[in-house]
Design a protein around this ligand. Structure first.
Ligand code: HEC
Ligand code: HEC
Ligand code: HEC
Length: 116
C-alpha cells in the first residue's frame, strides 16, 4: 500500500471511530423539539430538550412510554395506553403542581398545548 493511501485509510478509520459514538449518543437523546399526536384536539408541540435539561430523569415520562417516535400513538392503537392518560397524569399534573407551588411551570390550558 502506498504511504498516502495508508494515511488516508487511517484517517478514515479514525473519523469513523470518533463520529460513530457521537452520532448514536445524539440519536438516543431524541429530537430537541417533538410534535406529539393530539388527535382531534390538534397536535402538541413539545420542547423535549428543555424538559430533559430541566427534569434530568428520562423515566419521569419514559417509564410510561418508550423512547420512540410516535410511541404514545402506537400504544393507544394497540390499546396499551389510554387516550389522555399522559396528558392528565404527567404533563398537566406536573405543570399544575409547579403552578400551585409558585414555580415556573408549563401550560395548563387546552389551547396553550394543542394547536390546529
Ligand atoms: C417530560 C417528558 C419527557 C422526558 C423527561 C423525556 N422525554 Fe423523551 N420523549 C417524550 C415525548 C413526549 C416523546 C414523543 C413520544 C410520542 O410522540 O409519542 C419522546 C420521545 C423520545 C425519543 C424518540 C423520539 C426521537 O426524536 O427519536 C427518544 C430517543 C427520547 N425521547 C429520549 C429521551 C431521553 C434519553 C430522555 C432523558 C435524557 C428523555 N427522552 C426524557 C417525553 C419526555
Ligand atoms: C400540557 C399540555 C396539554 C394540555 C394543557 C392539554 N393537553 Fe390534551 N393532550 C396533550 C398530549 C401530550 C396528548 C397526547 C397524549 C395523551 O393522549 O395522553 C393529549 C391528548 C389529548 C386528546 C386525545 C387525542 C387522542 O386521539 O388520543 C384530547 C381529546 C385532548 N388532549 C384534549 C384536551 C383538552 C380538551 C384540553 C383542555 C381541557 C387539553 N387536551 C389540554 C397535551 C395537553
Ligand atoms: C415533571 C414535570 C413535567 C412534566 C411531566 C412535563 N412538563 Fe412541561 N414543563 C415543566 C416545567 C417545569 C416547565 C417550565 C420550564 C420553564 O419555564 O423553564 C414546562 C414547560 C412546558 C412547555 C412550555 C415551554 C416553553 O418554552 O415555554 C410546554 C409546551 C410543555 N411543558 C409541554 C409538556 C407536555 C406536552 C408534557 C407531557 C408530554 C410535559 N410538558 C410534561 C415540567 C414538566
Amino acid at each position: 500500500m502506498k504511504r498516502s493511501a495508508l494515511i488516508a485509510s487511517i484517517a478514515c478509520a479514525l473519523l469513523f471511530v470518533l463520529a460513530l459514538p457521537a452520532a448514536t449518543l445524539a440519536a438516543k437523546q431524541g429530537a430537541d423539539n417533538i410534535t406529539i399526536f393530539g388527535g382531534s384536539r390538534g397536535k402538541v408541540p413539545f420542547p423535549h430538550a428543555h424538559h430533559q435539561a430541566r427534569l434530568k430523569d428520562c423515566n419521569i415520562c419514559h417509564s410510561v412510554f418508550p423512547q420512540e417516535v410516535d410511541a404514545m400513538r402506537k400504544m393507544k392503537e394497540k390499546g396499551t395506553l389510554k387516550s389522555k392518560q399522559v396528558m392528565n397524569l404527567q404533563c398537566i399534573k406536573c405543570h399544575k403542581a409547579d403552578k400551585k407551588a409558585g414555580k415556573p411551570h408549563g401550560p395548563v390550558t387546552c389551547s396553550t398545548c394543542h394547536v390546529r
